[in-house]
Design a protein around this ligand. Structure first.
Ligand SMILES: [Zn+2]
Length: 444
């Protein structure tokens, strides 16, 4: 692969350790790595002219359910709270199979790529009709994003007092065995890895205490990360107090679900003690502001988390509860929500972008990604600020205040994924047509 030279960027927001902002500088990428930053001549390199552009590290998405792109804006779930919303959607998801998983993942990944995302996690916790985590990994390999799929699970069905229908739950021994299978088949622990697998029971209310504990033991044995939903809303807290006799933070800690190798989605209702626990233990949070708004869950205490030293990343969450999956807009929403809660100085555009880039990389355990610095992976988003969205802006680098909501170019591991606003790795028109055909079949 030839080297790539990104030339003459108006501004480079490096998000490096000193948060340098460079004007008129160049970036040289070779073999998937950032090898030089400054004024560079490299006659043999493929040239990308970035005049009129702001260049940032690729954005990182730390929570998603890609399969849900097939159930956006389902009428019965549009205005429901979390538990009612789930009960509307479970019977539809129960009809999915491998093609639905693959196509919906490609749609979600394409949407993320166009909005600046170079690395994403996914949380797949139901496997009906022969579908497997491998279906989504195949989708990500075609689209070209760095992918952290997590093998989710549900084991407590309706007949055992759980929320999901019995047809969507699995036996716990089978869940653990399949976790081992997908880790052995796909997980890459090395620097620059394109696929890292995690273990992710869906939530404390859909699996047993034993499975939570066994999953943590398995993940540590295999050296992979742990992920689940936690403290999402008031119902969630009430359920924890009633069923487990403690708050979610305590439940997580008791079962081995804290540490640098764990990140929890939502955490809207963490109290002060739980925030201290997360900071002390290095436990990460995937903040999903649009989903929290959409489901009326509340405003996560992100300002307090960051001030306490908690690692926070951003997540668009599943497309059935957002219903969009645009990561740069998610970053804007995170900034706006903290301002609603705490005032206009609660979070700057640059801090929200930092959460969306190096923050997310840190949550996913990737110190090789999330910033533009020599030696880091070549994951880069290029934003054209010469268009109407940024016209008249006095500070185009404050991308979340005024600016484009999709990238001009996106580079992952040194390879082009988006060029001139178009996905170049897959035929997106064809994928969208397939997705709409599958969605129509599910409506019948
Ligand atoms: Zn979720």
């Amino acid at each position: 692969m030839p080297a790539t030279l990104i030339k003459n960027a108006d501004t480079i927001l490096t998000m490096d350790d000193t948060r340098r902002e460079l004007n008129g500088a160049d970036i040289l990428l070779r073999d998937g790595v950032i090898v030089e930053i400054g004024t560079i001549d490299a006659p043999d390199a493929h040239l990308i002219n970035a005049r009129g552009c702001v260049v940032t590290p690729g954005l990182v998405n730390t929570h998603h359910h890609l399969y849900q792109t097939l159930t956006r804006a389902v009428p019965g779930g549009q205005d429901a709270l979390l538990f009612g919303w789930l009960q509307t959607l479970y019977p539809i998801w129960a009809r999915f199979g491998p093609e639905e998983m693959f196509t919906s993942a490609q749609v979600g990944l394409a949407e993320l790529a166009l909005s600046g995302c170079t690395m994403t996690s996914d949380h797949l916790y139901l496997f009906p009709n022969g579908s497997r985590l491998d279906d989504t990994i195949a989708a990500a390999q075609e689209v070209g994003l760095r992918f952290h799929p997590t093998r989710g699970a549900m084991s407590i069905g309706e007949s055992d007092g759980g929320l999901p229908p019995d047809s969507l739950v699995e036996r716990e021994a089978a869940i653990l065995n399949d976790c081992i299978r997908v880790i052995d088949a796909h997980h890459d622990a090395g620097v620059g890895a394109m696929v890292r697998v995690g273990v992710a029971p869906c939530s404390p209310f859909s699996v047993s205490r034993d499975l939570m504990r066994d999953a943590a033991i398995l993940a540590r044995d295999k050296g992979v990360m742990l992920h689940t939903h936690l403290a999402e809303n008031d119902e969630d807290i009430a359920y924890s107090l009633e069923k487990f006799g403690c708050r979610p933070g305590q439940y997580a800690e008791d079962l081995g679900w804290t540490g640098h190798d764990v990140w929890h989605a939502h955490c809207v209702k963490l109290d002060g003690q739980e925030i201290d626990l997360f900071a002390r233990s290095g436990t990460g949070v995937a903040h999903c502001p649009c989903s929290n708004c959409r489901l009326g869950s509340g405003i996560a205490p992100v300002r307090a988390m960051r001030d306490a030293g908690v690692n926070v990343g951003l997540g668009v969450d599943g497309s059935a509860s957002n219903d969009a999956g645009n990561l740069i807009l998610e970053a804007r929403q995170s900034m706006l929500l903290q301002r609603v809660a705490r005032g206009a100085d609660a979070m700057s555009a640059r801090e929200a972008l930092e959460i969306a880039t190096r923050g997310g990389a840190q949550v996913l355990g990737r110190d090789d990604c999330g910033q533009i610095a020599v030696g880091k992976r070549a994951d880069i988003a290029i934003w054209d600020v010469s268009g109407v969205e940024a016209a008249g802006s006095w500070d185009p680098a404050a991308l979340l205040l005024a600016g484009p909501t999709s990238v001009r170019d996106l580079i992952v591991e040194g390879r082009a994924v988006v060029r001139d606003g178009q996905l170049v790795t897959i035929d997106l028109g064809q994928v969208v047509r397939t997705q709409n055909r599958l969605a129509a079949a599910l409506r019948v």
